[in-house]
Design a protein around this ligand. Structure first.
Ligand code: MN
Length: 324
C-alpha cells in the first residue's frame, strides 16, 4: 500500500500511552461487510449501513473499494450523479480516481491522498478511474466514507478539501511500532489536516506483526475499527478480526488493537481504519445519493435534481455522459 509512509518511524511524533487506569472500550460487536456493486459496477465491501449495523451516527456509509487488480479495460467508476445533505470523504491508497463536478472543480485522488467533499445543499460529480488505469489495468484500493451533516448544515454551499498524502499527520504509537495516519480530527492532542463540520476522528493505522496499539479516544465520540488488510484482535478481550470486518466499541476512553504475531496470507501488517465522532442524533432519511431529515426534504432533493438546481453536468462532459 503506497499510503503515506514516514522516512523514519522514530522521528515522527508519538501518541502518549494512555495512563494507568485507562478505561478500555469493550468490543460490542463485529460486523462483516456486505458485498455490493456500486457506480458502473465496481465491487465494494460495505460494513454499514448493513443488516448488522443500521446506524453508525455521525457516519452514514463506509465503502471499501478493492483491493482489486484490474485487467486492462476493466476499471470502473461512478459516472455523473448528485449528492445533497452530507460529506463524502474519499481516501485512495493504490491507483487513482479522477474527479469532476458541476461547479467546474476537478482533481486527482491517488496514492494516499484524500478528497473531502461537502455536498451540502447539492452538487453533481463523477468519480472515475484515470484513463491510464483503465488502459493498462492495475491495483486499485480505496475507501469512501459518508459523514452526515446536522440539519443546520445540510444547506451549506459545496466545499472541497484536497489532502495530499504528504499533509496527513503521521504519528506513531507510544512504542514506535505502529503508524497512524491521521486524516481528520484529533488524537491524543495531535491534529489531522481535514476540517470537519461534524466533529470526528478519522485515520489509517498500520501495525507491524505482534504489535499492540493503545490509543486515547474521546469519551463523547463513537469508536470503530475497520480492517482493510491483515488480521489481529480488538479490545482487551482480544476479539479476533480480519479483512472486511468492523469492530464497534462501547464506552470508555481508550481503544486497543493488536496485530497477529505470525499472520498467514498476503498481508503481514494489520491495516485498519480508525473512525469515531460525535453522534448527531437527528432523524436520518437516506435515499440513494441524498441524506436528509425528512421524506419531504428527500422529495425536494429529487425535484431540485430533476430541475437542475443541484447543478448541471458541464457541457464538455455531456457527450460522454450520454454514452454511459
Ligand atoms: Mn459520489
Amino acid at each position: 500500500m503506497p499510503a503515506a509512509q514516514p522516512k523514519d518511524m522514530l522521528a515522527i511524533p508519538r501518541i502518549d500511552r494512555p495512563a494507568p487506569g485507562a478505561r478500555f472500550r469493550p468490543v460490542l460487536h463485529v460486523v462483516q461487510a456486505e458485498q455490493k456493486l456500486e457506480g458502473a459496477g465496481f465491487p465494494v465491501r460495505r460494513p454499514f449501513p448493513s443488516v448488522d449495523l443500521s446506524s453508525a451516527d455521525p457516519f452514514l456509509m463506509l465503502d471499501h473499494l478493492g483491493a482489486i487488480e484490474y485487467a486492462p479495460g476493466e476499471a470502473k467508476g461512478a459516472p455523473w450523479h448528485p449528492h445533497r445533505g452530507f460529506e463524502t470523504v474519499t481516501y485512495i491508497m493504490d491507483g487513482a480516481f479522477q474527479h469532476h463536478d458541476s461547479t467546474g472543480g476537478a482533481g486527482l485522488i491517488a496514492n494516499g491522498s484524500t478528497q473531502w467533499m461537502t455536498a451540502g445543499a447539492g452538487i453533481l460529480h463523477e468519480e472515475m478511474p484515470t484513463e491510464e488505469l483503465v488502459a493498462t489495468g492495475g491495483l486499485f484500493h480505496g475507501v469512501q466514507l459518508w459523514v452526515n451533516l446536522p440539519s443546520s448544515q445540510k444547506w451549506n454551499p459545496p466545499r472541497y478539501q484536497d489532502i495530499p498524502a504528504d499533509q496527513v499527520a503521521l504519528l506513531s504509537s507510544h512504542d514506535g511500532s505502529s503508524l497512524v495516519r491521521l486524516i481528520a480530527g484529533e488524537l491524543g492532542g495531535h491534529k489531522g489536516p481535514g476540517v470537519t463540520w461534524t466533529p470526528i476522528t478519522y485515520g489509517h493505522a498500520t501495525l507491524a506483526p505482534g504489535s499492540r496499539m493503545e490509543l486515547p479516544w474521546r469519551t463523547d465520540f463513537s469508536a470503530m475499527v475497520y480492517v482493510l488488510a491483515g488480521y489481529g484482535t480488538v479490545g482487551e478481550s482480544r476479539r479476533v478480526v480480519g479483512e472486511g470486518e468492523l469492530a464497534v466499541f462501547g464506552a470508555g476512553d481508550t481503544i486497543v488493537v493488536e496485530a497477529a504475531e505470525q499472520p498467514e496470507g498476503p498481508s503481514k501488517n494489520l491495516d485498519v481504519l480508525l473512525l469515531g465522532g460525535q453522534p448527531i442524533g437527528e432523524p436520518v432519511v437516506f435515499y440513494g445519493p441524498f441524506v436528509m431529515n425528512t421524506r419531504q426534504e428527500i422529495q425536494q432533493a429529487i425535484d431540485d435534481y430533476r430541475a437542475g438546481r443541484l447543478g448541471r453536468i458541464p457541457a464538455e462532459f455531456l457527450g460522454r455522459a450520454r454514452n454511459n
